[in-house]
Design a protein around this ligand. Structure first.
Ligand SMILES: Cc1cc2nc3c(=O)[nH]c(=O)nc-3n(C[C@H](O)[C@H](O)[C@H](O)COP(=O)(O)O)c2cc1C
Length: 442
């Protein structure tokens, strides 16, 4: 168990709340003016965050409902690898984590991308491995249909083992660069992968030296049984969405148990749920702030956000003030969809009440209150073993991040729950994760 929290900044261009972009101080053009991302990275680094995280989708989310989408700021977002490479040059310590899907990529490409980012940033890269939760991605990759859930995960597993094999092409000290002897590398320390499997055939070698971290930090965010198993056996960090302490305790315990079953040290698998903070000097002020955001949500936007989070279901024919209907099986994200269905049934919510809960944090924890209240919740989750840290999801940017770094971070530091200066240089060092030893290809 960790004695201090690990913090990530989960970047959504204008902020996580669907109406956050309408807040007067929000950076409305953050999806097309990159200087805003630079500002966020610097703010998070000044507050000693472990990492920043850029999500991704290879298709526009909610594009089948342009009528609703036109009222949100969700239609543009940066390519993570390009953006993180640029951010690497304007920061020095903060970890840089980006999403990349195994469903619409090839392992050789992603092995190069993340190895390059790790070198460019001198050991600060992380890969959030996803299998794509947006079915529309298929249509941008010459396919008619998204691959099935089980198949996506089978491909992901083999994909990852190939990527790791490619990262281990070279031993750490393979490049002797002996100018006098005319010897550039030691051929005994070059390992050609020669992989032939069910989905991939990849010879190697990779044209990049072993990454500074050995392997970039591996993050996973699937919470279905298959997703959890892959995460527990292979990931360094799990991003998750948990509504309350009870659910988070269960998830945390089950992930640590699965890691132990797989023969791993459970302390080398970190669980970081999302947290949307709404902070103000008094509880009433914070609640007013949140209510003001909620009031800006148009019903059609709320409904569309809910439909997207449930996996692009069609809710248009239903009464907003009636219950959530039984939904047909879907091939999209399993765990988040179930979380919302369970929430609706448990709390007897109408469709409108359910979308009101989703438009902010999309199923992640929302904490509204004073800096000390937010810190209390974070401390409780750490101490009771519901989280090793949090992915902070400001409602609107950059102000929501500034509220957190100026008000909550000092409170956490006063309590000894968060660093006041970086100790290490690499993301693995910030997260207290071991550097993987080199493994020879067969
Ligand atoms: C914090 C967080 C970030 C995520 N980021 C992405 C993302 O950028 N792209 C994506 O396709 N899915 C993303 N996901 C979704 C998951 O990776 C996964 O696709 C989803 O949970 C469905 O997988 P499951 O069926 O195993 O639960 C994210 C999930 C969480 C909790």
């Amino acid at each position: 168990m960790r004695s201090q929290l690990h913090l990530g900044l989960f970047i959504q261009e204008t902020g996580h709340h669907i109406a956050g972009w309408r807040e007067p101080q929000a950076a409305v053009n953050a999806g097309r003016d990159f200087r805003h991302q630079v500002e966020l990275a610097r703010l998070a680094e000044a507050a000693c965050f472990d990492l920043l995280f850029i999500q991704d989708s290879y298709a526009m989310r909610g594009a089948n409902d342009i009528d609703a989408l036109q009222h949100t700021a969700r239609s543009t977002h940066w390519d993570p690898i390009t953006a993180l490479s640029a951010l690497a040059m304007v920061t020095e310590r903060i970890g840089l984590v980006g999403t990349a899907t195994t469903t619409y990529n090839e392992p050789y490409t992603l092995a190069r991308h993340f190895a390059s980012l790790d070198h460019i940033s001198q050991g600060r890269a992380g890969w959030n491995l996803v299998t794509s939760n947006n079915e529309a991605e298929a249509l941008n990759f010459s396919r008619d249909q998204h691959a099935l859930h089980g198949e996506r995960y089978a491909r992901a597993e083999e994909f990852l083992s190939v990527v790791k094999g490619l990262w281990d092409t070279w031993e750490d000290d393979a490049f002797v660069e002996d100018q006098a002897a005319g010897q550039f590398f030691d051929p005994a320390k070059l390992h050609v992968l020669n992989h032939r499997g069910e989905y991939f055939s990849v010879k190697g070698p990779l044209t990049l030296a072993r990454p500074p971290q050995g392997h970039p930090v591996l993050v996973q965010a699937g919470s279905s049984d298959t997703g959890k198993r892959l995460g527990a056996t292979t990931a360094d960090v799990i991003f998750s969405a948990q509504q309350n302490l009870e659910a988070a305790l269960g998830f945390y315990a089950s992930m640590k148990a699965l890691a132990a079953e797989a023969g791993r040290d459970p302390d080398q698998l970190l669980i970081m749920p999302g947290l949307l903070p709404v902070v103000a000097a008094t509880q009433a002020e914070a609640e007013d702030k949140f209510a003001a955001l909620q009031e800006q949500v148009l019903p059609k936007v709320g409904l569309a956000t809910l439909a997207t989070t449930l996996g692009e279901v069609d809710l248009s024919g239903y009464d907003l003030d009636g219950p959530l209907p039984d939904l047909p099986e879907a091939n999209g994200p399993k765990s988040r969809r179930q979380l919302l269905i369970d929430m609706a049934r448990r709390d007897n919510l109408t469709i409108r009440q359910l979308y009101q809960r989703v438009v902010g944090a999309r199923g992640h924890l929302t904490v509204i209150g004073t800096p000390s209240h937010v810190a209390d919740v974070m401390q409780q989750w750490l101490e009771e073993r519901a989280a090793d840290g949090f992915n902070i999801m400001p409602a609107h940017l950059p102000v929501g991040l500034r509220d957190f770094t100026e008000q909550v971070v000092p409170e956490l530091q006063r309590r000894g729950l968060f660093r006041t200066a970086y100790q290490g240089n690499t993301l693995r060092e910030h997260l207290e994760l071991q550097r993987p030893a080199h493994r020879h290809a067969r």
